[in-house]
Each structure stands twice: as C-alpha cells, then as structure tokens.
Design a protein around this ligand. Structure first.
Ligand SMILES: [Fe+2]
Length: 303
C-alpha cells in the first residue's frame, strides 16, 4: 500500500479564470485541462456549481478532493479493499477510486502519474568547501514548482483523522505537537510531510497546499514574481524549524494559501519523530509578515 505522495488536488471556485491565472503566475503549466508541476502532479479547477464533487468543508472557494498516488494497481486494489469495509468507495473510468476520510474530506487514490525527475543540485560555496567554482549564482525570474509537497487540513477531532491516515493508509508520523498537530509522510515518500493535520478549535476545512522548488533562490524569485503580478503574501519569506524549509505563502483565490518551499528534511525509516511545543517560535524561525520587495535603492528609514 505504498502511497508515494500527492498526485492531484481538485478545487471548486466561483471564478475559474482568476484561478487559472493564479496558478499560471505561481508557475504551474497548463496541460489538458489541468495545471501541472514539473513532475506531473496536477491542480484541477472546476466551477463551484459542479455537483459531482465532494462537498467542501470550508466556506466558499476551497479544495474539494485530494488524490494520492500509489506505485501500482495492486496498491490501489489493496487500498480499495481496506476502505470498502466501512465506507462507500466509487471507481471512475480511469481507475481512480474516490471516498471520504474520517472527517469527510474528499480523497482519492490512483496509480501515480508523476515521474520523479532529479534536478542538478545548486552549488553553494562554504568556507573551505567550494560547491560553485568560476560560476555565478542563480537568479530566477519566476518559480517552476517541481513537486506538490504537502497539504494541510484543519481537524477538530485530530486523533480520529490522524489514526485514519496512519492505521488505514500507512502514513508515518514524522513530528508532532501532541494533540494539536501531526506531520505525516506517505509510506512511499521521503518528504518530511505530505500531510499536516492541525487542530484549530472546532474549525474544519482545507488550510493550504505547498510546492517544492529547487532552492532558496527560486523561493525568492517566485515570490517576487507573484508580488509583481499583484498576488498578496499570506506570510513570508521565512523558515520553518520543523522540516527546516524556507517558505513563502500567498493568499489563494481558490481557497486557503499556496506555499513555495525549499530544502525540507529528507526522511527515511531511520528518522526519529519528536514532540514539540506548539508556539510561534516552533512554527517559524523567522518570517516577514508582508512579503519582500525588489530592491529599488538605498532605504534607510530616514527622511
Ligand atoms: Fe506548509
């Protein structure tokens, strides 16, 4: 049952043109009715009048369904058999199975259509260790998201939802705020987390989605490009102590936020999960609340 990561997220929105513009500016590539990452994970935008989708658990525009990719048809068959015992599971024409998770979020599973594509690591120079010799550093005009790295769901009954993904689907806890937040990775993934469950009182609904970029330079290039295009920062740039990644979140007209991330921890079964106290400091080492701007001259703050 080796689920390897996120394959597709389906949003339902009131303005499909604005949604497509957001994701195109974000750096996804339009292809056959969806928008894709370099590795082929997909965002699908549908009108909110589409009655065929699972109902949204947040008000207004939101993500309605999360499709996880697994390695083989045998994996999908095993997932289906494991879920059919206590919930309705439907199968569509392309073999994707659909159901609801323990709190009613729409989820699906299919043989992954992503192709893992390795990138040449960015060279960084450190004292006594030159990783980039006679070569200028990279500057990105915009981001090209490589991978759909994680989603975050609000979970009023967080233990119930965590147990569903761990006990029924084989997800593994990588770090936790006990009773308040669980970082989960899919069993066939090396991401620090593909799914983060967050308890925010009685609130329920999709919170945000994240995409992995090649390096920190691309986080800045992508964030500046989004800002140039008029999209509003939710938070960032900044850095998370848990998962170690750099981030920049933008408010998403499709619902919730969309995050660029880079340089997350790479996890294997040798990783030791840890318990953390939920606090602003454990959420972000540092962060700009209102984005960063292109430099346009010396700004001293003095008149
Ligand atoms: Fe995130």
């Amino acid at each position: 049952m080796a689920i390897s990561g996120l394959d597709k997220v389906v949003y339902a929105v009131d303005d499909t043109d604005m949604a497509a513009r957001f994701w195109t500016d974000f750096g996804l590539a339009p292809a056959k009715g969806v928008l894709t990452t370099v590795e082929g994970a997909e965002i699908e935008i549908r009108p909110d009048s589409d009655a065929s989708l699972p109902k949204g658990l947040a008000e207004g525009n939101t993500a309605r369904e999360f499709i996880w990719g697994a390695e083989s048809q045998a994996d999908i068959d095993a997932i289906r058999a494991g879920l059919e015992c206590d919930r309705e599971v439907t199968v569509d024409n392309d073999g994707t199975i659909h159901t609801l998770d323990a709190l009613g979020y729409g989820v699906g599973f299919r043989v992954t259509r992503r192709k893992e594509i390795a990138v040449e690591p960015t060279g960084f120079n450190a004292p006594g260790n030159a990783g980039r010799i006679n070569e200028r550093g990279k500057v990105y005009e915009k981001a090209t998201p490589h991978r759909m790295s994680h989603i975050v769901l609000l979970a009023p009954d967080i233990e119930k939802l965590k147990n569903f993904y761990v006990d029924r689907l084989g997800f593994k806890v990588t770090d936790m705020y006990p009773g308040r937040g669980y970082f989960l990775r899919a069993p066939g993934s090396h991401e620090h987390h593909n799914l983060f469950l967050l308890k925010g009182g009685d609130n329920i609904g999709f919170h945000h989605i994240a995409f992995e970029l090649r390096d920190i330079h691309e986080v800045f290039g992508g964030g500046l490009h989004m800002t140039d295009k008029g999209w509003e920062t939710h938070l960032g740039p900044g850095r998370h102590p848990l998962s170690s990644c750099y981030f920049w979140y933008f408010k998403n007209p499709c619902g919730g936020a969309a995050e660029y991330d880079s340089d997350s921890d790479y996890i294997t079964d040798g990783w030791e999960p840890a318990e953390w106290e939920s606090s602003p400091e454990s959420f972000a080492e540092w962060a700009y609340a209102e984005g960063a701007a292109r430099y346009s001259g010396i700004q001293t703050g003095k008149t």
